[in-house]
Design a protein around this ligand. Structure first.
Ligand code: HEC
Ligand code: HEC
Length: 366
């Protein structure tokens, strides 16, 4: 009996002591914890209205975080609701600098999305989360309501110290997703080309020919830059500049036949790109130069996904002017460096062979 009493006394003292220890020991969440939480949000299909569409539905890991269905443009949570552009790879997106106009020129650089309309990975998220053609949430209140049912609720509250207001909760959610986007998983720098730059991969003669053309005669690297970017310490294969490549419309873009409240203009809709964002016709038809990292995984190509294969995309850059195409926007077309490169089929194939070296996760065969 004595023993029993003693045990009870110990238990009565120990429980509050344990509680106090946990309470005082509220650790500040590490980046790794926020990345892990962000990953769970990124793949959570409850974050759309109705449930069913996670970020990963349009940005899947196996296609370098671009659309996994090979769709030209992605279908939203509501059947028949389409956005007008091809889903971008989110790999290396955390290095995209804010949109800026180079002083003394009319050249723009940076900014998120194909047209640069957002400047911040956190702010950008309002796009997909509330876009009726994407995840279709009505407002922040509807979105944060999901937290109470989420299987990541505990980690969420721990990482962000129990956010209280809807705004605090929303900010915490988008912060976690942005941490995931900046994590090693989306920024591995593990392609054969990365190894090559460290002297650990030897190119085949064809790959080497493609590399020489890419930075030499074909001038690809004048936009898809081979200069290491300071923030990354690595090459990102883009200088984030904007150009109108003179692409024709993609006639099978389902955006032309989506609901009229999403596209009132049907087939005559014109995508002005950067021009609409900065409200300047001199920028019409221009889109941000994409990184070519993992480009082999992200078909179809260009801002409207109108080009099915990598071979065709390269052929367009090389030989546009012989292809008799009608550009969607005839003004401001880049005529100097694109479209008449005078390369042979063999040289085009070599460029494609080089681009295949840009896929992450390369493993050296012994
Ligand atoms: C319905 C498909 C769809 C869903 C769902 C979706 N996205 Fe996107 N995402 C796109 C498309 C399409 C674009 C390009 C849009 C444009 O340029 O106008 C894009 C662009 C982006 C960009 C800009 C990339 C760049 O290089 O500038 C980021 C970042 C992004 N999405 C993150 C997310 C996150 C995070 C989620 C989940 C909260 C999400 N997306 C959900 C289709 C989708
Ligand atoms: C004047 C700048 C410039 C030059 C030079 C250039 N590109 Fe591009 N490239 C772009 C822009 C801008 C886009 C996106 C255009 C769009 O979608 O409207 C693009 C898109 C691409 C795409 C499609 C990528 C995707 O994710 O959809 C490929 C592939 C590509 N370029 C390869 C090349 C190759 C190979 C060369 C050299 C033969 C080259 N580019 C030269 C600016 C350039």
């Amino acid at each position: 009996m004595r023993l029993m009493q003693r045990l009870i006394a110990i238990a009565l003292l120990a429980v509050p002591a344990l509680f106090a220890a946990c309470w005082m020991q509220q650790p500040v969440a590490t980046n790794a914890e926020k990345e892990a939480l962000g990953s769970r949000l990124f793949f959570d299909k409850m974050l759309s209205e109705p449930d069913g569409q996670a970020c990963s539905v349009c940005h899947a890991p196996r296609t370098a975080f671009a659309d996994p269905d090979g769709a030209a443009v992605s279908e939203g949570m509501v059947d028949g609701a389409f956005v007008n552009r091809n889903s971008q790879s989110l790999m290396y997106v955390s290095f995209v600098p804010p949109l800026r106009l180079q002083p003394g020129t009319n050249a723009y650089f940076g900014g998120l999305f194909w047209d640069g309309r957002s400047n911040d990975l956190r702010h950008q998220l309002a796009g997909p989360l509330f876009n009726p053609a994407e995840m279709n949430n009505a407002d922040t209140a509807q979105l944060v309501y999901e937290i109470r049912f989420a299987n990541w609720k505990r980690d969420f509250n721990r990482c962000y110290d129990r956010p209280k207001t809807n705004e605090e909760k929303y900010n915490a959610m988008i912060d976690a997703i942005a941490h995931y986007e900046a994590s090693d998983e989306l920024n591995p720098f593990s392609s054969a080309f990365d190894l090559f730059l460290r002297g650990q991969y030897r190119m085949t003669p064809e790959e080497e020919m493609g590399y020489e053309l890419f930075k030499g005669k074909a001038q690809c690297s004048s936009c898809h830059s081979l200069q290491p970017v300071d923030a990354a310490g690595h090459v990102l294969l883009t200088d984030y500049s904007y150009h109108n490549l003179g692409l024709p419309k993609n006639p099978s873009n389902p955006f032309y036949t989506t609901f009229s409240h999403l596209n009132p203009n049907g087939y005559s809709a014109i995508d002005r790109g950067l021009g609409a964002v900065v409200n300047d016709p001199a920028q019409d038809g221009k889109f941000r130069t994409p990184s070519l990292r993992n480009v082999a995984l992200t078909a179809p190509y260009f801002h409207h996904g109108g080009v099915a294969t990598l071979e065709e995309a390269v052929h367009f850059m090389v030989a546009r002017d012989q292809m008799n195409l009608v550009p969607e926007i005839a003004a401001n077309i880049e005529t100097e460096r694109v479209g008449h490169l005078g390369l042979s089929e063999k040289q085009e194939r070599a460029i494609v062979a080089f681009l295949l070296l840009l896929t992450d996760g390369f493993e050296q065969t012994p």
